[in-house]
Write a protein that binds this ligand. Structure first.
Ligand SMILES: [Zn+2]
Length: 744
């Protein structure tokens, strides 16, 4: 054995050894499960698919380590074990990165039709598709790469679109104009969960509004006002309720009705608010309650962030500019009473680009979630799914009980295009298309040669960028065109709509029988931060599609924080690049540092001190082995042998129990302490004194190698190979440590 363990000399070689022996594949003959004949239980984990072309961050290293530990443990235990890997197209994330590349070349997505843009992103993702996979291999991930899936594989897309059809057949799909959190920069709607809310200073304007003074943060939306509201019990304004009042605006006089609604806070400002249903979520709801009394949404901000024609003299102006101009003009007209510059309130910004999110009315597809959440809640109540993660089971229930209908439309090209078709008989469909590098926008009535336009349907379809169909339009769901004169919806499914189907799409499109063999899977392991985005939706969709839960256990890991306990972020410069740490300390040291003393659902701090400590641990293991192999061989039974073997058995039972109970961080800690303080400090010393025989000591070493293998697979396998060459490994265990039998 080399004097020191140099991880650089071993890790690649060991990984190749595992791959060449096909040890990650449950169908391989070398699997411990094959010795169990037909007796083995299935054990399956689906890898949370990372973004296909994104380098790994420390969170990926955490999930890969935890899952690999469970998978290696169950493989050795003799379970029929599959860890199914894959990557996600990561819709908006990937398109965003790609658009930044375009920007460098002076281009934008508005320069391309959607088919061309899709193909460009596809090629870009293919070029980089190995990034995540190669890095996972460096971590030691023992996933069955032969079963690798990509979210946009044809067979997966087919199931995802079929599911949409099935949901429609269940009458759970509907179209509605709803306000959407819209980023005018990214050109797409977002779910509430994707918005960053930040407390910010933003002036509060007190303006004259008919007989009232009212306070608003958004004077520019006044062109979209359709009512004035007060609290029903507010004594100051009783005489106005139900009346129409005349308001002097920048565009002349107009009339608005005063309504009473409990939403109005009499303590805020003057107790009078303007109602702008097209551009405020609360106002939209107020309008819904008073539909018989007041007009509906009047859109004054368009989808690119400009004022619409409804804004009169300000039409075409960017929102920010419009606000400045409007405030200035109101001051000149004496309509501005005062401005509170120090007012602070919560502003939603796009989590991708930081642009202020605009609530905008957009026709969208929604899924009615109640029937799905009910099934999920029932499954949780019946204990069909167990959540390991410091109280996150309650959080999951809370999400399920309060989930709003799911907006599944996204206005991006990088994703699964909705299999929805509209007949061109409806001339109000709004299209945007590219012809000869020119961007042409308008309704079919204006543009199509069947009507008053000069473009053929073929031209429009070929150059199509975007389509907005009226909310109440008839549509056909079909994977291919239902006939001539149809245009396909340009929206794609929300990324979570496809990833929510990952458990059955991957297993139904894999090897024959994979679905019946491995579904429901055993563990879904992921970060608690995506519990509502992903875990909850998998549960809902899995139950609805298969009548069974997609997984029996959910293990949630926490965030990895820096050594001082601070959240890692690029801007703070305190992120840890897992590849650098692998280079520096070895994959084993990184893995062990991440999991030791970690606890489901709780955040964990790591820093260089931890990596050094765990690297010392791998060195300790190596040096102890070297010492034992070099010490004198003796077969004579030592006086301490029996006690030693009993303690060894106790440790084995303890680790097994801890792993069965998902106490992974505790198991790592137990092993660290027992190996270092008991085996090395006590037992090796006793063996020097002849109290424990060398052959018995080696039995202990072999047990520790097995128990430690899931945690630090590279160094344990390296040592195992040496022990084997030297003839210390039992015949039934010969070969690779990865497929040896778990001790008992
Ligand atoms: Zn954005």
């Amino acid at each position: 054995m080399d004097k020191r363990y140099q991880h650089q000399d071993h890790e690649q070689e060991i990984y190749d050894l595992w791959e060449k022996s096909n040890s990650f594949n449950p169908d391989s003959d070398n699997q411990p499960a094959k010795q169990n004949k037909n007796d083995s239980k299935p054990f399956c984990i689906l890898m949370p698919p990372p973004n296909a072309n994104d380098p790994l961050h420390i969170g990926h290293a955490m999930f890969a380590t935890l899952e690999d530990i469970l998978v290696r443990y169950h493989r050795m235990l003799g379970d029929d074990t599959l860890w199914l890997p894959g990557t996600d197209h990561a819709g908006i994330e990937t398109q965003f990165v790609f658009e930044k590349k375009l920007k460098k070349k002076g281009q934008s997505r508005f320069d391309f039709d959607r088919e061309t843009l899709y193909q460009m992103i596809w090629d870009y993702v293919q070029e980089n598709s190995d990034v995540a996979v190669n890095q996972l291999k460096k971590l030691g991930a023992s996933a069955d790469w032969s079963r690798f899936k990509f979210m946009l594989d044809k067979d997966i897309v087919k199931i995802v679109t079929q599911t949409f059809q099935e949901l429609a057949d269940q009458k759970l799909v509907y179209r509605d104009v709803k306000l959407v959190n819209y980023c005018t920069h990214c050109g797409t709607g977002f779910s509430e969960l994707e918005i960053n809310h930040k407390e910010q200073k933003s002036p509060l304007y007190y303006m004259k509004y008919g007989p009232f003074t009212l306070a608003t943060t958004r004077p520019e939306t006044k062109f979209g006002d359709t009512a004035i509201a007060v609290h029903p019990d507010d004594k100051r304004y009783q005489e106005y309720i139900g009346q129409e009042v005349e308001v002097e605006g920048l565009n002349g006089l107009f009339k608005l009705k005063v309504i009473a609604d409990e939403y109005v806070d009499p303590e805020f400002g003057t107790g009078v608010v303007k109602i702008t249903p097209a551009h405020d979520f609360n106002d939209f709801e107020v309008w819904q309650r008073h539909q018989d009394e007041i007009p509906g949404p009047k859109q004054i901000i368009d989808y690119r962030g400009h004022m619409t024609a409804e804004a009169g003299p300000y039409a075409g102006m960017y929102l920010k500019k419009a606000r400045q101009e409007i405030v200035k003009d109101m001051q000149e007209k004496g309509l501005m009473v005062k401005i509170d510059e120090d007012y602070k309130h919560s502003i939603g910004t796009c989590y991708r680009c930081g642009t202020v999110i605009e609530p905008l009315p957009l026709p969208q597809f929604f899924i009615e979630v109640k029937p799905l959440t009910e099934k999920a809640l029932q499954a949780l109540d019946e204990g069909k799914v167990k959540v390991h993660g410091a109280g996150h089971d309650k959080i999951l229930k809370h999400w399920l009980e309060n989930l709003h209908d799911w907006n599944i439309s996204r206005q991006i090209v990088w994703g699964i295009r909705m299999p929805v078709w509209y007949s061109t008989d409806n001339s109000n469909i709004h299209v945007v298309f590219i012809k000869n590098n020119e961007r042409i926008e308008g309704t079919l009535k204006e543009l199509l040669n069947l009507y008053e336009g000069k473009y053929s349907l073929d031209e429009i379809e070929k150059g199509l960028q975007e389509l907005r169909a009226p909310v109440n339009i008839k549509y056909i769901i079909s994977p291919t065109s239902p006939g001539e004169n149809y245009l396909q919806e340009t929206d794609t499914f929300d990324t979570w709509f496809s990833s929510a189907q990952w458990p059955y799409t991957t297993l139904q499109t894999g090897q024959l029988n994979d679905f019946s063999r491995f579904y429901p899977t055993n563990v879904m392991e992921t970060g608690y931060d995506i519990l509502p985005f992903w875990v909850m939706r998998m549960l809902m969709m899995g139950l609805n599609k298969t009548n069974d839960v997609p997984f029996k256990n959910v293990y949630l890991h926490g965030l990895i924080r820096d050594a001082k306990g601070q959240k890692m972020s690029k801007s703070k410069g305190n992120t840890i690049n897992p590849l650098e740490k692998i280079e520096q300390y070895g994959a084993d040291a990184l893995r062990m540092a991440l999991v030791i003393r970690s606890s489901a659902g709780l955040d964990k701090s790591v820093g260089d001190g931890d990596f050094k400590a765990t690297r010392n641990f791998t060195n300790k293991l190596w040096n102890a082995t070297r010492f034992i192999l070099m010490s004198e061989k003796s077969e004579t039974k030592g006086t301490g042998d029996t006690e030693y073997l009993e303690k060894l058995s106790t440790i084995t039972q303890e680790i097994t129990r801890q792993l069965n109970d998902f106490k992974i961080g505790l198991a790592a800690e137990t092993l660290y302490n027992e190996f270092w303080h008991w085996f090395c400090d006590e037992c090796i010393e006793k063996s020097k004194a002849g109290e424990i025989s060398q052959s018995t000591l080696i039995k202990g070493l072999i047990t520790f190698l097995k128990l430690l293998h899931p945690f630090i697979p590279f160094v344990t396998e390296s040592i195992w190979q040496t022990l084997q060459k030297e003839g210390f490994v039992d015949k039934k265990d010969s070969g690779l440590l990865i497929v040896s039998n778990w001790p008992h």
